[in-house]
Design a protein around this ligand. Structure first.
Ligand code: ADP
Ligand code: MG
Length: 436
């Protein structure tokens, strides 16, 4: 199958900025990667780790100090200047974060411009450019100037332009970085469509974890090195739905007021079944006070303990104690998760064995069966993938509950569900403020 054929291969790439000068920077170290034809690959890592530099190597904008870049099996460093020019014009389409449109040219001419190279007549170029704009759903904008368009529309022109010479390979450098959520989602959907329905190979550079839902393969980049590569299970994106993705993108930026509800619901189902609506409502208010950090652990106990007429719940002391320890456990574990989450955002490839082992202990508390090292390792991987939103909640449950014979962990479905509920509570709690 052509899908198995390599389109881009980097071998032992080393690259320096300002080589030999006092401000020398070893920007890429021993890069070895292989990207297959038709693959939607991504370089994922924090700002400044060398992602764009890798694209410069691949597109021939910069040359490595040592090592080789292969395009369809051909050593790019052996290309003649003419071949390099052809490669850069015809082999690769580039998409940028800030669109890079020429402000004085119409949308149509921006898209037609790269075709100059093909030696087509002016009218032929415009005809083809119009076809591409049509495909992108922005034919009606052809006569406008870039500044007359929204960011989302400009990026669609940018994508159209990258397709001008019908290159097999498209390199997209943070294409969603300057877009609002809805347009960012559209852009990712367009890229995925190009990959799945037009057979394009796409290499996406991003530091936004939610984008990874769309790709087939992730190369984690850190300090100029690829620390890990990982194939992503194909996901049915229609099941995730646009709003969920947007939600995922928003997470972290804002306080998660609604997420307190997830925790209070969870506690309620365990401890307040059969209580009156008034009591359940009161219990939630008290729990929110604690998880938002408004009251201390001791005050939390007191509020659960004191009579209802005084604003408390009048619970038995033992029951109040149990609730306090359940909530404290969630607070502690969710802080672990949030530390893990932050570390992963900063250093996507970092091993977090110790941090995970605490979370794992908590998640598996309800599981009484036996576990092997292999199962525990696989379990940690599933949790990591879920923490990074690489897999959905449903797929997490599936991974845990499928039989070992088909690559699952072999938990019973109900255990998998319980573990998943525990994890989701931690993920949505985001309780870093509850520290008193
Ligand atoms: P990323 O795309 O992951 O944000 P880059 O590839 O742009 O990272 O940059 C990698 C490192 O190289 C960064 O430390 C950056 O400051 C540095 N760098 C990038 N371009 C240049 C340049 N032209 N001259 C010197 N240093 C550069
Ligand atoms: Mg960059």
């Amino acid at each position: 199958m052509s899908e198995e054929k390599s389109i881009i291969k980097l071998e032992n790439i080393e690259f320096y900025y300002n080589k030999g000068l006092p401000n020398e920077l070893h920007a890429l170290t021993d890069i070895n990667i292989d990207i297959k034809q038709g693959e939607f690959a991504s370089f994922f890592g924090s700002s400044g780790c060398g992602k764009s530099t890798m694209l410069y190597m691949i597109s021939g904008i910069d040359k490595p100090e040592s090592g080789k870049v292969f395009f369809n099996g051909y050593d790019v460093s052996q290309f003649s200047p003419k071949e390099i020019a052809v490669y850069r014009q015809m082999g690769v389409g580039l998409i940028f974060q800030n669109f890079n449109l020429i402000p004085t040219l119409s949308v149509l001419d921006n898209v037609a411009l790269p075709m100059t190279f093909l030696g087509l007549s002016n009218s032929k170029r415009r005809e083809r450019a119009m076809e591409i704009l049509d495909y992108m759903g922005i034919k009606h904008l052809a006569k406008r100037l870039p500044y007359e368009l929204s960011g989302g529309q400009q990026q669609r022109v940018g994508i159209a332009r990258s397709l001008a010479n019908d290159p097999p390979l498209i390199l997209a450098d943070e294409p969603t970085g300057n877009l609002d959520s809805a347009n960012a989602v559209k852009t990712m959907e367009l890229l995925r469509d190009l990959s799945k329905n037009k057979g394009k190979t796409i290499i996406l550079v991003t530091h936004e974890a939610w984008c990874l839902k769309y790709v087939d393969k992730i190369f984690y980049v850190k300090d100029g090195m690829v620390t890990k590569s990982e194939s992503v299970e194909p996901q049915d994106l229609s099941l995730i739905g646009e709003s969920k993705i947007i939600e995922g993108r928003m997470q972290g930026a804002h306080a998660n007021k609604n997420n307190f509800e997830v925790v209070t619901e969870y506690i309620s189902t365990f401890f307040f079944r059969g209580y009156s609506n008034e009591e359940v409502k009161r219990s939630k208010e008290i729990i929110v006070k604690r998880i938002s950090g408004a009251i201390s652990k001791d005050d939390f106990f007191n509020e659960l303990d004191k009579p209802f007429k005084d604003g408390g719940l009048g619970l038995w002391k033992q029951k109040a104690k149990n609730i306090v320890s359940a909530v404290e456990e969630i607070i502690n574990e969710s802080m672990d998760i949030s530390t893990i989450y932050k570390s992963l955002q900063k250093y996507p490839g970092m091993p977090l064995k110790d941090e995970f082992s605490d979370v794992r202990k908590y998640l598996l508390e309800i599981y009484k069966g036996r576990t092997s090292d292999f199962i525990l390792d696989s379990f940690d991987e599933c949790v990591q993938e879920r923490v990074r939103s690489i897999i959905t909640r449903d797929n997490f449950v599936k991974a845990l509950s499928l039989p070992k014979s088909v690559g699952g962990l072999g938990f019973s479905y109900s255990t998998a569900l319980k573990i998943s509920d525990r994890l989701e509570v931690l993920l949505s709690a985001n309780l870093s403020q509850a520290t008193i």
